[in-house]
Design a binder for this molecule. Structure first.
Ligand SMILES: Cc1cc2nc3c(=O)[nH]c(=O)nc-3n(C[C@H](O)[C@H](O)[C@H](O)COP(=O)(O)OP(=O)(O)OC[C@H]3O[C@@H](n4cnc5c(N)ncnc54)[C@H](O)[C@@H]3O)c2cc1C
Length: 471
């Protein structure tokens, strides 16, 4: 039987791979990693991601060596590399994991064209999603993928949960010489500071399910509490979405499950379903009203990037991102709303800035969430403007999160105290007032101004929905 080339991209694992069930039993797989110019440029854009990617590839190589194989690394153009490796190995099929963002989808088409031009069979497999697309496809055109609730009903049906894919895969022994594995230095960065790999990710999943799932429902709306942190290994494909969903659903079999944990499980499953929903919606490229509602540049944006807006929750979120490469999910929505509505910036400006900072590497989720934050398409048709101060009072009333990330506010006893400070009712010596700025803008004024622009734009469009906001 001729071997199949398995091109690795963002699914850097060997377990629970849909591909193994899609190929003929007994097929030998040649694990290939092509580092072409585009891939190298994309990786080099974000030092944290580059370090994580290199560590994940090294871990994958170790796993393959345990199976008598290795990652075959090639630096060069995609077409020349596929041609030469297919010729040298006699492969007749080239397989890879489907990508969901517009640039990734274009890459998929390019790869497919290259493979088919060589007279080989192209096999692109849905690896990232937790539930197979045919399970969640909705015939009704009115709801379709616009409605998350309709999607979720299908997604959550018991028959959607798949058994582990344990088809045995056979990896070809390394007969061709490999180029060196990608190293952080190649991308101008240094080694990842923590352990990375499929086994590490599985341990992280198990720890989350056994220790933290119980308080997930609270954690997802409380910035000072950690959420699963699985977004990073999921985005590099070190864990499969199926595996995560299965592990969490297994907890539901416990007859002594606490109501709190059941609530946590339901919230977590909704988060995982949202992931699938946005992955499927990620390659949409319908024209948008951005140009009429938002600007592409603003001098105020630099203040947001420096995390000195004077809105503590916004600044704490940005400081967490700058320091760690991640930001609590509840705070992301607040910062994104601030960027789009208070600063009036096109969502792509904020997203591009985060692309250089976030360790997670899932562009379809970045696009879907930023568009959702800007009130554009996917499953919403109206802007949801978040009041950053009210959200601070609600989500971080003890100011634990804000104090953790903003040392200037370390003496704050709770979120209300800061409001009193803004009203100049407190003694200055309680705060290092010189060091932490007052709010850079009037949120209410900005929200009203945005809604006026929005109403004008809506009036010029056929009606689809109504604006909703509480500035
Ligand atoms: C403005 C904005 C930008 C974002 N950019 C990215 C991004 O670039 N890459 C990325 O992977 N995620 C992004 N997200 C989604 C979400 O915030 C992260 O997936 C989450 O913070 C990861 O942390 P966690 O694993 O602890 O999440 P948890 O709360 O523990 O959630 C568990 C898993 O569910 C999925 N999930 C949770 N929330 C969402 C969501 N809103 N959309 C889709 N999937 C979700 C993720 O896979 C996550 O790992 C963004 C959200 C917002 C509001």
């Amino acid at each position: 039987m001729t071997p199949t080339l398995l091109c690795f991209d963002r699914d850097l694992r060997l377990s629970d791979r849909a591909l193994f069930a899609a190929i003929e039993p007994g097929t030998q797989l040649v694990p290939l990693l092509v580092l072409d110019r585009r891939r190298i440029e994309r990786i080099a854009r974000n030092p944290r991601r580059a370090a994580y990617f290199c560590a994940a590839v090294a871990a994958l190589d170790t796993e393959l060596r345990l199976r008598g194989s290795q990652v075959l690394v090639r630096r060069g153009t995609l077409d020349a590399t596929i041609r030469s490796v297919a010729r040298a190995t006699g492969a007749r099929v080239v397989a890879w994991s489907k990508r969901y963002d517009p640039a990734g989808a274009r890459e998929d088409l390019r790869l497919q064209a290259i493979v088919e031009e060589l007279g080989l069979r192209a096999l692109a497999v849905h690896e990232a999603v937790a539930v197979d697309p045919e399970r969640t496809a909705i015939d009704d055109e009115d709801t379709g993928f616009r409605s998350f609730n309709a999607f979720y009903r299908r997604w959550r049906a018991p028959e959607s949960l798949r058994a582990p894919i344990d088809a045995a895969a056979h990896f070809a022994p390394s007969v061709l010489p490999s180029e060196p594995l990608p190293l952080p230095e190649e991308f101008g960065t240094s080694r990842a500071t923590r352990a990375v790999g499929e086994r590490v990710a599985r341990a992280e999943l198990e720890r989350f399910v056994s220790d933290h799932l119980v308080e997930y429902a609270r954690a997802m709306r409380t910035p000072s509490l950690p959420t699963s942190g699985l977004g990073i290994p999921l985005s590099f494909g070190l864990l499969s979405g199926r595996d995560v969903v299965r592990s969490v659903c297994k907890r539901l079999e416990d007859p002594f499950l606490l109501a709190e944990e059941r609530a946590g499980i339901e919230r977590f499953l909704r988060a995982m379903a949202r992931r699938d929903f946005l992955l499927f919606a990620g390659s949409e490229s319908a024209s948008q009203p951005e140009e009429r509602l938002f600007v592409r540049e603003s001098r105020e944006f630099a203040t947001l990037l420096e995390a000195r807006t004077g809105f503590p929750l916004v600044d704490a979120g940005m400081r967490e991102l700058l320091a760690t490469g991640t930001m609590h999910p509840a705070v992301r929505a607040v910062v994104a709303s601030f960027c789009c509505f208070d600063l009036g910036l096109d969502w792509r400006v904020g997203m591009e800035a985060w692309e250089g900072l976030l360790t997670e590497d899932e562009p379809a989720l970045a696009i879907g969430n930023w568009r959702w934050s800007a009130g554009l398409r996917v499953d919403m048709h109206f802007p949801r403007i978040i009041d950053p101060q009210r959200q601070f009072l609600r989500g971080d009333p003890q100011a634990r999160y804000v104090r953790r990330w903003i040392p200037e506010l370390a003496l704050l006893s709770d979120a209300r105290q800061l409001h009193a400070w803004h009203d100049r009712q407190l003694a200055l010596d309680l705060f290092e007032i010189e060091r932490y700025p007052r709010p850079m803008l009037d949120h209410r004024e900005r929200a009203i101004a945005f809604l006026a622009r929005y109403a004008e734009w809506r009036a010029s469009m056929p009606p689809v929905g109504a604006p909703r906001s509480s500035p």
